[in-house]
Design a protein around this ligand. Structure first.
Ligand code: NAD
Length: 443
C-alpha cells in the first residue's frame, strides 16, 4: 500500500487548478491523497476556484480532505508537497511584458527577452516567499516549482535558497515529446528514451530512441523538415491556437541551424526575432487571448457549478498535460528513480559549460531528490548561445538582489532578442514604470 500524501497547490486560483485537481483525483492509484489544499494570495480568485474544486472533490473522492485558504500557516502546515504555479502580477502584468517590448520593436513574450526578464523580477520574491512558508510550517516537504520564467526563478532559488528542497521543472519539453510520440505513431512520450541539454526554454534533443534502443531521430527530422513539430493530430485539431500552430510549424526553420539535433520551439524567439515581431500584433497579444478566452471560460464554469450546487456535468477535463508533476511527486514519495528533465545546477555535467549555471538536463529522481546524468561537451554554436542567455538570467537575479539598474540594463542589452543598448534602456524605463508595485527599487 502506498503511503497517502498531503498536497498543497500554491497559485490555487490559477485557471489550470480545476483540471489539475481532476488529474490528482484520477491518478490516486499512482499517488494516493490524504489531503488536498489550495493557497493563493488573491482571496477572490481563490474562493471562486476553491468552491468549484470543493464540489469536484466531494463528488469524486469524498475521503480526501479538501480546503482552500489565503492564510500561509493553514496552507503550508502538515503537507508533503507544494505544487507551485503562481503568476505574480497575473495576466494584466503579462500583457505589459508583451506589449512594452513590442512597442519598441522587440519580441514581447512571457518568458523570453525583456518580457521574461520583467516577469522574472516579479516572480523571484513570490517564489522565495512560498519556499520560506514551506520551510517554516512543513520543513520536510518538497516544492515542485513550475512557476515561470523557470530559468530565472531557478537561478534565484539556487542563489537565495541553496539548501531548500525545491525542484524546478518545465512542461515545455514534455509537451514537445508528446508531439514526437504522435509524429511517430506511438501512444505516449513514455515510449521514448531521450537525451536533451540546454537552459530552460532554450535546449536541444540529441537522441531519441525507442525502448529497444532504435534511433528515432531520423524519422522525426524528416517529418520536421516539412511540418515542424505540428503532428498530424495537432494539424487537424480545430481548437489549436493559431499562435501555437505557428510556433510548432516554425521549427522547420529553427531546426535548420543544427540538423544533427532537434530544437526547443522557443529558440525561434532568439533565431528569428525580426520575423516574430513582424507577425505580432502589438495591440492584442497572447495575454489578451487568455484573458478573453481561457480565464473567462474557467471562471464562468466555476461560478456555474457553484450556483447549481454540483459538478456532475462539469466542462472541466482532466488536465493530462500536468501528469509530469504527479510523476515527479510519485518519484520522490516512492523512490521510483524515474528519469525526468529538470532545471539543476550544472556542476560539470555539461563539461565545457559554466559550473554554476542552471541547466535543463535529464536526472534520476528518488526519495532523496535528483541525480543529474552526465551530458559531456557541447558544440560551439550551442555553447555560445547558452553562455549569452545564462548571463542574461544571472544578471537579472543580480539586479533583483542588489537593486541594480545597471545590471538589469546589462541583462536586457545582452538578450539576443534586443538590438541595442539604447533600445534596452528605453524598454527598461517603461518596464520600471509598469512594475512599480512588484519590483525592488533600482538604483
Ligand atoms: P494564473 O494567473 O491563472 O494563476 C496564477 C495564480 O497565482 C493567480 O491566481 C494569482 O493570484 C496567484 N499568485 C500570484 N502571486 C502569488 C503569490 N505571491 N502567492 C500566491 N499566489 C500567487 O496563471 P497560470 O496561467 O495558471 O500560470 C501560473 C504559472 O505557472 C505561470 O508562471 C505559468 O507560466 C506557469 N505554468 C503553468 C502551467 C500549468 O499547466 N498551469 C504549465 C507551465 C507553466
Amino acid at each position: 500500500m502506498l503511503q497517502k500524501q498531503s498536497i498543497l497547490i500554491a497559485g490555487g486560483g490559477s485557471t489550470f487548478t480545476p483540471e489539475i485537481v481532476l488529474l490528482l483525483l484520477e491518478r490516486q492509484a499512482d499517488l494516493p491523497l490524504k489531503e488536498l489544499k489550495l493557497y493563493d494570495n488573491d482571496a477572490k480568485r481563490q474562493a471562486i476556484v476553491g468552491e468549484a474544486c470543493a464540489l469536484l472533490v466531494k463528488e469524486r473522492a469524498p475521503e480526501v480532505m479538501f480546503s482552500y485558504t489565503t492564510d500561509p500557516k493553514e496552507a503550508f502546515s502538515n503537507i508533503d508537497f507544494v505544487m507551485a504555479h503562481i503568476r505574480v502580477g497575473k495576466y494584466a502584468m503579462r500583457e505589459q511584458d508583451e506589449k512594452i517590448p513590442l512597442k519598441h520593436g522587440v519580441v514581447g513574450q512571457e518568458t523570453c527577452g525583456p518580457g521574461g526578464i520583467a516577469y522574472g523580477m516579479r516572480s523571484i520574491g513570490g517564489v522565495v516567499e512560498l519556499i520560506k512558508y514551506m520551510e517554516q510550517y512543513s520543513p520536510n516537504a518538497w516544492m515542485l516549482n513550475y512557476s515561470n520564467p523557470a530559468a530565472i526563478v531557478a537561478e534565484a532559488t539556487r542563489r537565495l535558497c541553496p539548501t531548500s528542497k525545491v525542484i524546478n521543472i518545465c512542461d515545455m519539453p514534455i509537451g514537445i515529446e508528446e508531439n514526437f510520440a504522435a509524429i511517430l505513431g506511438l501512444p505516449s512520450r513514455k515510449e521514448l528514451d531521450i537525451r536533451y541539454y540546454g537552459l530552460n526554454h532554450f535546449g536541444w534533443w540529441t537522441s531519441i530512441r525507442d525502448q529497444e534502443g532504435k534511433d528515432l531521430m531520423p524519422e522525426i527530422q524528416e517529418y520536421t523538415k516539412k511540418h515542424g513539430y505540428l503532428s498530424p493530430q495537432l494539424a487537424s485539431d480545430p481548437h489549436l491556437d493559431a499562435s501555437w500552430r505557428e510556433t510548432f510549424e516554425m521549427v522547420k526553420d529553427v531546426a535548420t541551424l543544427d540538423p544533427t539535433t532537434l530544437p526547443n520551439t522557443y529558440l525561434k524567439y532568439y533565431f528569428y526575432p525580426d520575423r516574430v515581431v513582424a507577425h505580432s500584433n502589438p495591440h492584442h497579444t497572447r495575454a489578451n487571448e487568455v484573458m478573453e478566452g481561457r480565464e473567462k471560460r474557467v471562471f464562468d464554469e466555476c461560478q456555474r457549478l457553484v450556483a447549481q450546487g454540483h459538478a456532475k456535468d462539469t466542462h472541466f477535463e482532466i488536465g493530462a498535460h500536468a501528469s509530469y508533476i504527479i510523476d515527479l511527486a510519485r518519484a520522490i514519495a516512492y523512490n521510483t528513480k524515474e528519469r525526468m528533465l529538470l532545471i539543476v545546477e550544472n556542476r560539470g555535467n555539461i563539461s565545457n559549460f559554466t559550473w554554476d549555471a542552471m541547466v535543463e538536463i535529464p536526472c534520476l529522481l528518488g526519495a532523496n531528490g535528483y541525480e543529474p546524468l552526465h551530458v559531456g561537451a557541447i558544440p560551439t554554436f550551442q555553447k555560445g548561445l547558452m553562455e549569452q542567455q545564462v548571463a542574461v538570467e544571472k544578471l537579472t537575479v543580480d539586479a533583483w538582489i542588489e537593486g541594480s539598474y545597471l545590471k538589469l540594463w546589462q541583462a536586457i542589452t545582452m538578450s539576443k532578442t534586443v538590438p541595442s543598448a539604447d533600445v534596452a534602456k528605453a524598454i527598461l524605463d517603461d518596464l520600471i514604470t509598469a512594475n512599480k508595485e512588484y519590483w525592488p527599487a533600482l538604483k
